[in-house]
Design a protein around this ligand. Structure first.
Ligand code: C2E
Ligand code: MG
Ligand code: MG
Ligand code: MG
Length: 287
């Protein structure tokens, strides 16, 4: 009897897994087609100086509106692209489009671009990035690469080599989603990150709970000591921005300052929000 119910459970579980596998394969096939057709595109979300509220750069975020599947979020298709070996091709398509768009922005603004963990194992990654920069003419010193702690864990030696090649040409490297992965503070000593991005999880609870506040303040103190820039992710409310600024956080990103939008809307955002004459010291009030 026990065996029978056990069997039943196993069968249900198997069918669910089968359904999930089918769904993944369906997305994989659609994604291969979309990448080949150039139908995945980068959107851009502003990153601001919290003291002036002035935009200082944009993060490229992949968007895919499939003709059959509709909008598929990057949290869904990026892991599938990694698992099924499409990430290299997809990433090159995105970086090419993103740097082309960024060539139209004011020279002072940087472009931030996410790399997946598997790309930090692939020794062709740096060459592919440099090839694209050469073709689009985008200045390497205006490019920032975002990597996660998970991306460093898989093969630290390989990751370090790739990061070194990128930094050698002036590309800056940011540690993304800090505080959520398998954090190792030792990693911050081995790798020389130019910037650290504090995960949205801490920012969203900064007003409600003391632990988040203490963690953020500790991260900010550490960044100052190590000479790293900081950006707080996921800022949605004025009070969060004010608190972060008060604690000494220089950079911010979140819906409060702008949601990710396509290349054309980014140009309109710049026309409406960017002022080249604005002093960087926060003397001017927000427009
Ligand atoms: P991420 O790199 O940490 O990007 C930040 C995510 O937070 C984005 O989600 C962004 O839209 C979202 N976000 C920004 N501000 C707010 C806010 O105020 N509130 C809330 N609730 N969310 C906010 P998105 O675009 O869905 O991307 C999710 C993740 O997918 C990214 O996290 C990144 O890990 C990955 N991803 C996106 N594009 C790419 C890409 O081109 N390549 C790679 N390798 N990964 C990508
Ligand atoms: Mg990111
Ligand atoms: Mg992030
Ligand atoms: Mg994230």
């Amino acid at each position: 009897h026990a065996k029978q119910s056990g069997r039943g459970k196993v069968m249900v579980y198997t069918r669910e897994m089968e359904e999930a596998a089918k769904r993944v394969t369906r997305i994989e096939q659609a994604l291969r087609r979309a990448v080949a057709a150039g139908e995945v595109e980068p959107f851009f979300q502003p990153i601001v100086d919290l003291s002036t509220r002035q935009v200082v750069g944009f993060e490229a975020l992949a968007r895919w509106n499939d003709r059959d599947l509709g909008m598929v979020p990057p949290d869904v298709f990026i892991p599938i692209a990694e698992e099924r070996g499409i990430i290299g091709q997809l990433s090159q398509l995105l970086l090419r489009q993103a740097t082309e768009a960024a060539c139209n922005w004011p020279d002072e603004l940087f472009l931030s671009f996410n790399l997946s963990p598997s790309q930090l194992v692939d020794q062709n990654t740096a060459r592919h990035i440099l090839d694209i920069l050469q073709r689009t003419g985008f200045d390497a010193r205006r490019l920032e690469i975002e990597i996660t702690e998970t991306g460093l864990m898989t093969d630290p030696d390989s990751a370090e080599k790739i990061v070194g090649e990128l930094r050698a040409v002036g590309i800056r490297v940011a540690l993304d989603d800090f505080g959520t992965g398998q954090s190792s503070l030792g990693r911050l000593r081995e790798f020389h990150f130019d910037k650290l991005k504090i995960d949205r999880a801490f920012v969203s609870s900064i007003l409600e709970d003391k632990p988040s506040e203490h963690i953020i303040r500790a991260i900010l103190a550490m960044c100052e000591g190590l000479g790293m820039d900081v950006v707080a992710e996921g800022i949605e409310e004025e009070e969060q921005a004010a608190r972060l600024l008060q604690f000494g956080c220089a950079g911010g990103q979140g819906y409060m300052f702008g949601k990710p939008v396509n290349a054309a809307a980014t140009m309109r955002y710049l026309r409406d929000h960017y002022r080249a004459d604005l002093p960087a010291d926060g003397a001017s009030s927000s427009a």
